[in-house]
Design a protein around this ligand. Structure first.
Ligand code: BG6
Length: 486
């Protein structure tokens, strides 16, 4: 009978900038997330236009103390309610919880010599309580939340000096929390730098005289070097630790078997894999180097960088999976948005309200593809459905659509495990409603736990269990066996 391995880690995933709030509490400095504004009913096809960030825009946002239209400044108040939330995660039976550490809570501008003691204390308390509850922390060092000062003063990761500042931050994390945290990730969705360079790497177009694209690849190279350096450090400072890389898995199918459609899909997949190729094989893929040369982009590779990349690769490959994409060379092909991408609509798949194409089989395909390519353990660290929920007069949330999404994806995940894929665990996105990364809405709800806030922050913040709560609880308690019910 098909089953998940003993010790399989079941849990959920969060990001500091989407849950903590308390953006100016206890010495925290502003981060790149704090200038993200609420985007009501944005046509997702215009996503890119809504993410143009200018120096002038940043200055205006920072001068504005408002929290209503900057929802990540308030999050779901996890900073004050984390004990209650952890208790609910423990009740779900979590063996793992993925969180991130807000860099600007430890280093408000990123340039301080020593960390902010209040920030250190917050995370130490959080990880201690997780351990007490039997929940293994899986910690992302960088999840769209660098101190904004490093964006405005350095143009983010395009400046090589940021590597050293990040290493200082990571060293603090390893020395302060290493006895509690063994599982780490470097950069969330490192590939997203191409789609939103400011959010991922603090790169600003009007500060990039070398050209924006050039600056973005400089930043990416610096993130690769930083990944290798902190992987080395993590292994040295924390015995038994494991460091993963993290990719937005955007599996792309050809719309037809017309060879040019197949080639177009292949190009998308090669680009998607490029990042984890560097972080696991330790070298830049030849095809990517040739492409960069054609585009006139120069990587700022210094003496010793290539040796570093080769010597300190990831221990495991983690990824997010929400949807698949389709590609075609036909200009008439209908397009649909996905996770900060735009692709061709797949006639075989339904879509969420936000246009993301729901494809459980794509998760199985992705797992097999990644495992065959990298031969390293995998970890699904994000997967879930953003949907509107209705709170009934009795205070219930009936969410069969969410249960259906998870059930179908977990069944396909198990089929991949049955075929021999080595999978360490699964953290759903997200166990609790939070502020959306792309649109800063909370009405795009992902959780098993409802949070009583609306998009403008009105509400009590009360946590309520949705129907899916008991369903996921059963999946975990049975190590997936309950997936065979119905
Ligand atoms: C992932 C991000 O790409 O997608 C998360 O790592 C994000 O931070 C998730 O929340 C879902 O996207 P969104 O835009 O619906 O919040």
């Amino acid at each position: 009978m098909s089953r998940f391995p003993d010790g399989f880690l079941w849990g959920g995933a969060l990001a500091a900038n989407q849950v903590e709030g308390a953006w100016d509490a206890d010495g925290r400095g502003p981060s790149v997330a704090d200038i993200a504004t609420y985007k009501p009913n944005v046509d997702p096809k215009e996503y890119a236009a809504h993410h143009v960030v200018t120096s002038e825009g940043i200055a205006a946002a920072l001068a504005d103390p408002d929290v209503t239209y900057y929802p990540k400044r308030r999050g779901i108040d996890f900073y004050h309610r984390w004990r209650e939330d952890l208790a609910l995660f423990a009740e779900l039976g979590f063996g793992v919880l993925r969180v991130s550490i807000a860099w600007s809570r430890l280093y408000p501008t990123g340039e301080e010599e020593t960390p902010n003691p209040a920030g250190v204390a917050f995370y130490r308390d959080l990880f201690t309580e997780m351990r007490r509850l039997g929940i293994e922390p899986l910690v992302t060092l960088s999840h769209y939340e660098m101190p904004i000062h490093l964006a405005t003063a350095y143009n983010g990761w395009s400046d090589r000096r940021v590597i050293e500042l990040f290493v200082r931050f990571a060293t603090t994390c390893f020395t302060e929390f290493g006895s509690l945290v063994k599982l780490w990730l470097t950069f969330n969705e490192i590939d997203s730098i191409r789609r939103h360079p400011f959010t991922t790497a603090g790169v600003i177009e009007d500060k990039s005289p070398q050209g924006f694209e050039q600056a973005v690849y400089e930043a990416l190279h610096h993130q690769f070097v930083a990944s290798a350096l902190v992987t080395q450090l993590c292994h040295e400072l924390i015995p038994g630790s494991r460091m993963g890389c993290m990719l937005t898995k955007l599996t792309t199918y050809p719309l037809t078997c017309e060879p040019e459609d197949v080639a177009a899909a292949q190009a998308k997949n090669l680009e998607n894999h490029f990042y984890t190729d560097v972080q696991t094989f330790g070298v830049y893929p030849r095809l990517i180097l040739a492409d960069l040369e054609r585009r006139g982009i120069t990587l700022p590779i210094l003496l010793g960088d290539e040796e570093l990349l080769a010597a300190h690769t990831a221990d495991f490959v983690s990824f997010s999976y929400y949807m698949s994409m389709t590609e075609s060379v036909s200009p008439d092909a209908e397009r649909t948005p996905g996770n900060t991408v735009l692709g061709v609509k797949n006639p075989y798949l339904p879509s969420s309200e936000w246009g993301w194409q729901v494809d459980p089989v794509g998760l199985r395909i992705s797992l097999i593809e990644l495992y065959d390519r990298y031969r390293k353990p995998l970890f699904v660290v994000e997967n879930g459905l953003g949907a509107r929920d209705e709170l009934t007069a009795e205070g219930k949330i009936h969410d069969p659509y969410r249960i259906a999404y998870f059930r179908s994806h977990l069944r396909e995940m198990r089929r991949a495990v049955d075929q021999g894929v080595e999978l360490l665990g699964y953290t759903s996105w997200a166990p609790i409603d939070m502020i959306s990364a792309s649109s800063s809405q909370i009405s795009k709800r992902y959780g098993f736990i409802h949070v009583d806030f609306d998009d403008l922050g009105n509400g009590s913040g009360q946590r309520r269990k949705k129907d899916s709560f008991a369903w996921y609880q059963r999946v975990i308690a049975s190590n997936g066996a309950s997936l065979d019910e119905e």
